[in-house]
Design a protein around this ligand. Structure first.
Ligand code: ASP
Length: 463
């Protein structure tokens, strides 16, 4: 039949091209941010007398209605997505890492890939903090904050700051921190891995357990471990399907998460802390555009533009969720489908990197500590600044890949160089928005290292 009757054909909806997921998430992000900002302006500023009833506003000047929408609609929708992802993060990390080690085959190859990953992590984190420290020393963002502004900000976020200082006081010694990477009770570590309530080192301890199990599997004859390995593969695949469910609502969830932040935050506070925010953003941009681009070009053998285009879905997910752990499944998928990296190397580097490689966080920690030192008039000597660099690199490794994961560690670094830990209250108001940005850097860094290590591995195996 050559002709289709118009009546019949009209029942077929025109074939619409499906938008790629990262584009949908990006649209959600822009919509959420803009609606949030507009709502903030409308509901927190007395635009027309009578429209704004200041009695309905809370201590932060946020109108009750807006707060209600943020608390009862935006936050829950965002949380549905985050919980769907977080509920499979622990089994996913365990399965991916153990399988990564098994895939690497022997301990020598594991040592080589692990060694290169560590080398890139240290080099990228060092350069990140150095960029941050140089920028703060040049721009001096802490010099411009007036005494009253500083006091007002500190008073407003005093509660949050006190809780963080309390948490920092419970911090363990370096010896115990390192020892706690080896879990006494892996299940207990898994239970508390995401909320920091585990007895030992949480996610790092879970990762150590996965590594050991992976190594042990490679040492047992294959016919005895085949079932165990296919069980792990099954766990991994099932987790990725659950993540697939979550990703379907990702565009809406990201819109809600970003709305909740911008509606409460507005631009007023960004204005007060403008120089601090600009310094951090400039640092992130330099690291992204210069350091990552050069690394990818010279060690990854790929054009930076092509790389950023290919990983854009992971970047927008990181921005929307503020969590490296929540972005891990997307990063794994991107590594497999668009970057086409070898599975075992990608599994290993990305799972280790989601907690252990946080370049954006390291840069941010350096900027915050030096900024607050300037605000409080604490003159940091060169050796003290070097201490800040080294501690920030280490803190980047120890930071949990969850929203605000770096805050307790920032308090520790602050106190170690004689800046009052409570000072963190000054930047808490803008932390979330900068958290979104530094998480993008963290995830990009993981994918950059995975690309570079994959390339060097393929060269070694070819040789
Ligand atoms: N949110 C960051 C991440 O998940 C950690 C932090 O810097 O607070 O990578």
């Amino acid at each position: 039949m050559s002709e289709v009757s118009p009546t019949v054909s009209s029942y077929h909806a025109p074939q619409r091209k499906r938008r790629p997921l990262h584009l949908k998430i990006l649209i959600g992000l822009v919509l959420g941010a803009s609606i949030g900002l507009v709502a903030n302006v409308v509901y927190t500023q007395p635009v027309v007398a009578g429209v704004q009833d200041s009695l309905d506003a809370d201590a932060n000047g946020i109108h009750d209605h807006l707060d209600w929408v943020a608390v009862n609609i935006a936050d829950p929708v965002g949380k549905v997505f985050l919980r769907l992802v977080f509920m499979v993060v622990v089994p996913l990390v365990f399965a991916a890492l153990a399988l990564g080690v098994v895939g690497l085959g022997d301990v020598r190859r594991l040592g080589r890939v692990g060694g290169r990953t560590l080398l890139f992590t240290v080099a990228l984190s060092m350069s990140a903090v150095t960029i941050g420290v140089v920028l703060v020393n040049t721009i001096k963002p802490g010099g411009g904050l007036k005494h009253e502004q500083r006091e007002a900000l500190r008073a407003q976020y005093a509660g949050g700051a006190a809780a963080l200082v309390q948490k920092a006081k419970q911090a363990k010694s370096l010896k115990d921190t390192l020892l706690d990477i080896i879990p006494e009770n892996p299940l207990q570590e898994m239970v508390g891995a995401l909320d920091g309530s585990s007895k030992g080192n949480g996610m790092l301890a879970v990762m150590f357990f996965a590594l050991i199990i992976g190594v042990a599997i490679t040492l047992v004859p294959q016919d005895r471990t085949r079932t165990l390995v296919s069980l792990l593969e099954g766990v991994f695949d099932v987790c990725m399907v659950v993540i697939g469910f979550a990703m379907r609502i990702a565009p809406y969830a990201v819109a809600c998460l970003v709305f909740a932040v911008t509606a409460r935050l507005g631009i007023d506070i960004l204005h007060k802390l403008m120089w601090f925010v600009l310094t951090a953003l400039l640092g992130f941009t330099i690291h992204m555009l210069v350091v990552y681009s050069l690394t990818i070009r010279f060690f990854g053998g790929m054009g930076p533009l092509e790389f950023f285009r290919k990983i854009s879905e992971a970047m927008v997910t990181a921005f929307g969720t503020s969590s490296s752990n929540a972005t891990l499944p997307t990063a794994l998928r991107v590594a497999k489908d668009t970057l086409r990296l070898p599975r075992e190397v990608a599994h290993f580097v990305l799972t280790v990197g989601a907690t252990g490689n946080q370049n954006g966080t390291a840069l941010y920690e350096g900027v915050v500590v030096l900024f607050l030192a300037q605000v409080f008039g604490v003159d940091l000597t060169i050796p003290q600044q070097i201490t800040v660099v080294l501690m920030s690199v280490l803190a980047g490794v120890g930071t949990a890949g969850v929203p605000g994961g770096s805050l307790p560690l920032i308090v520790i670094v602050l106190q170690s160089v004689g800046v009052p830990g409570e000072g963190i209250g000054i930047i808490l108001g803008v932390d979330r928005i900068l958290d979104m940005c530094r998480t993008v850097l963290n995830v990009t860094g993981d994918l950059a290292i995975a690309t570079c290590v994959s390339r060097s591995e393929s060269r070694t195996t070819e040789a």
